[in-house]
Design a protein around this ligand. Structure first.
Ligand code: DON
Length: 562
């Protein structure tokens, strides 16, 4: 009887949120808009805005909805960052990043020979940081929202309970990851159809996750960080050598931090401070490039690519040295984002020749495309929100907490577990980002809001591990220097350099064969086509009071505006 009712509800819901619903990748609207990796989640956010909720209400509803409909990255078992610009012009940034458990230690991922055990740092329960998403989303709602917890959680609960009809995108992801889910019974239960691969068109329900979300709706953060959900998480940890304890969960707090602010050609750039490296590097690179007329030099020319790669090389080298959790390490953010520092740092730039990245500890590129996700929202009143959230790898460590229905992150791999040894993103680091109890691991997530004359101009951000910052850099430069609309700015192919390894990766057409030849002649090494798309920058721009939104064509997604 109950099942029959559920199916009825499911079909009603499918009418409301058909998974096959294809929303335009580009849309114009006048009142409010959401751009995310999921058309269903964007629709949830738009509905909240239409019901009179503000951008923060919508961001919280979208965050919980993504945890249901886009489980490879949307999450309650991970963490994220939020940049909020309220209509009165104030900017706030919230750090809901995971932290190392209280019993974590610097060398916890080194084996008896002192080598990094990558299996342990990426694919175990020890790889899980204390989740921050639930505390972060609820805190943002309390501070800036207008709706009740129950209102913003209702769509996510409904989607989990009555289910969604799987589209090709999500069913395909489940199929590709089936083998890894087979390691853990609860993961297999959630992401397979009784052990068999789900197919597009199948109805997919998540009753355990619905129950967890219902507890959060009823009891707020205590529904997750205390009580039965916390018990199930800690039991899983204890059974699998994980470290997260009840004290870790109960003591987790999101932190509101001063945004990173820079000015680039008269535009104000507002982005995420440490423990993200995103905002600092973005502003640093823009400062280095400001002295050059990129408009004139032209998009995609060898000269422009050379300039940008040299800025990237220097900024990413600084990342490895200086960036970490500011509560544990004195991050020189003011220095790194100052115009004077940029001038000095770029003083050795040679317009004719590539610099050489130091030869030490070259990392390797990640072998598979992993997932984080970014969404952008602007509401009727002019509030804007940029959120990037992650489990780190696709589906985190692939472990679903039995009974609680959510995946755990493997964010501990974002620490520098061993000096000058590459993590999953190929990034290097040292003392600034070494593991310490309760410390937050360094991130590259770069949720960013650009304003001009006190008006919102652009809301952007991206997944992509180490490549995130360069994706955001290119979207910003495309809009400001190359005067592209948001669709072209996001669609344009991208390239990436991260200091080490000393190579340039590029998407088809980002760099022509002629430009490759010119760059080689300057001494740039290892210029190669990327095997994966770079980024997924779901962005919104406000032009003459009209909202223009794009969901990055590199992936399925949706823009919903009204
Ligand atoms: O916080 C970070 O920088 C990484 N954990 C993000 C991982 C990521 O973007 C993977 N996605 N494509």
């Amino acid at each position: 009887m109950k099942k029959a009712l559920l199916h009825k509800l499911a079909f009603l819901l499918i009418l409301l949120f058909p998974a096959s619903l294809v929303l335009a990748e580009f849309q114009r609207a006048e009142n409010g808009m959401v751009s995310s990796r999921s058309d269903i989640a964007s629709e949830v956010g738009k509905n909240i805005l239409e019901q009179g909720g503000n951008a923060i209400d919508a961001a919280v509803a979208v965050g919980f909805a993504l945890a249901v409909v886009y489980p490879s990255a949307g999450n309650i078992g991970g963490g994220g960052f939020m940049v909020i610009r309220t209509a009165d012009g104030q900017v706030y940034t919230q750090d809901a990043r995971e932290k190392a458990p209280l019993t974590a230690s610097r060398d916890m991922f080194l084996d008896s020979d002192g080598e990094l055990d990558r299996q342990l740092s990426r694919s175990s329960l020890q790889a899980t940081g204390v989740p921050g998403s639930v505390a972060g989303l609820l805190d943002a709602l309390e501070r800036f929202g207008t709706m009740s917890r129950e209102q913003v959680l209702a769509p996510a609960i409904q989607l989990a309970e009555t289910g969604i009809v799987l589209n090709e995108d999500i069913a395909g992801q489940f199929q590709r990851n089936l083998r890894t889910f087979q390691q853990y019974p609860a993961s297999l239960e959630v992401f397979s159809n009784n052990g068999e691969a789900y197919q597009a068109g199948d109805l997919w329900q998540q009753p355990d996750l619905a129950a967890t979300l219902t507890l959060i709706s009823a009891f707020g953060r205590d529904g997750f960080y205390k009580g039965p959900v916390a018990d199930m998480l800690v039991t899983s940890m204890q059974a699998n050598n994980g470290l997260i304890s009840h004290s870790d969960l109960e003591s987790y707090e999101p932190v509101w931090r001063e945004p990173v602010h820079g000015v680039y050609r008269g535009y104000d750039i507002w982005s995420m401070p440490a423990p993200s490296s995103g905002g600092v590097l973005l502003v640093q690179m823009l400062n280095m490039l400001e002295a050059y007329n990129l408009t004139e030099i032209g998009w995609g020319s060898a000269e422009t690519v050379h300039l940008m790669v040299e800025a990237q090389r220097r900024a990413y080298a600084d990342r490895a040295e200086y960036l970490g959790d500011p509560d544990f390490y004195n991050v020189p953010s003011a220095m790194l984002t100052s115009k004077l520092y940029a001038r000095q740092r770029f003083a050795d730039f040679d317009p004719e020749a590539a610099s050489l990245s130091d030869d030490i500890g070259a990392g390797s590129w990640p072998q598979e495309s992993t997932q984080t996700t970014h969404y952008s929202i602007i509401d009727t009143e002019g509030n804007a929100v940029a959120v990037t959230t992650t489990l780190n790898s696709t589906y985190g460590n692939k472990f679903v907490v039995p009974g609680a229905g959510f995946l755990l992150n493997n964010e501990m791999d974002d620490f520098s577990s061993k000096p000058n040894t590459a993590n999953g993103s190929g990034l290097l680091g040292g003392v600034a980002n070494e593991i310490q109890p309760s410390k937050r691991m360094l991130s590259s997530m770069t949720p960013t809001i650009v304003t001009q004359n006190d008006n919102v101009f652009l809301v952007t951000g991206s997944p992509g591990g180490s490549t995130i910052i360069n994706t955001v850099l290119q979207v910003v430069i495309n809009t400001i220097d190359h005067h592209m609309n948001v669709e072209d700015a996001v669609n344009s192919p991208r390239f990436h350099h991260q200091w080490q390894p000393d190579i340039i990766r590029y998407e088809a057409d980002a760099i022509t064969d002629q430009t490759v030849a010119e760059l080689r002649a300057m001494g740039h090494q290892g210029i190669s086509r990327s095997r994966f798309p770079l980024g997924d920058a779901n962005s919104i721009m406000l032009i003459d009071n009209v909202l223009e939104g794009v969901s990055d064509p590199r992936n399925v997604g949706g823009v919903a505006g009204f």
